[in-house]
Design a protein around this ligand. Sequence first.
Ligand code: CAA
Length: 262
Amino acid sequence: MTPADLAAVGLRLDVDGPVATITLDRPEVRNAQTPAMWIALGEIGRTLPDDVAVVVVTGEGETFSAGLDRAMLDPSAAGGDGESVIGLLALSDDEASARIEEFQRGFTWLRDPRFVSIAKVRGYAIGAGFQLALACDLRVVADDVRFSMKESALGLVPDLTGTKPLVEHVGYSRALEICATARVVGADEAVRIGLATGAYASDELDAAVADLVAALVAPMSGVVPATKALLQGAADRDLDEQRRLEREAQVRRFRAVAAALG
Ligand code: CAA
């Protein structure tokens, strides 16, 4: 997609060597999200250069994202094509589910082992905003962060791939409480419960993320993806399966290191 195509759906993509930065760029509506934005995010994932090692996702201005654009729930603005959220009502259950799967692809690619994804989060991350942050491997936040899974307040469930990572990070009971009550999770709690890896003063957040990015691109090519692939899903594997994957990955690493040493 061209920069103009991305701008039309409120996104910016900057690729600088091994680092890609995706910015939600609709600050006038607090970076509210639309289906067109989710489809474009999926397209970014499909077309990202192979040598990108870190993807940073952030929001323009003081708010990461206010979640779903409320205009998408306005029946008077909706077509029956599934481009709006209310437009899903015109589809059969199977068609609506397939359409939501397309939306979800805007989020799932951020888990690809070939890079590490980081959500750099300032201010509000509500609903779809919270879920976009959850789609990333790491969340690094400003001390004014306000996560809220607000779907239940609208009579909806979180459906943009956020429920699994939320349970993995904070556990079932805490995840249920956060989703069902739609309450705000601030910076200190986010770090304490494992939702964020670090919280920083707002004016120090960019530098903290830049340091993290530098540390992630420093290791020999291929080792961070191999490590991510190993750790991802480790909790779902038994010990024998996990240690088999460790052995196989290590043999590949031994060969890669030996080849690099010549
Ligand atoms: N959709 C569309 N426009 C939005 C928006 C949203 N989600 N959130 C904010 N805006 C707009 C406001 O209408 C306002 O526009 P105007 O200047 O034209 O009046 C502008 O952004 C600024 O908003 P505020 O003055 O409210 O900004 P704030 O900084 O004081 O507050 C906020 C920020 C707490 C995020 C507040 O705007 C808010 O609560 N927004 C709604 C959040 C929400 O309920 N999102 C839906 C979550 S559920 C979800 O995402 C569902 C899903 O995926 C299925």
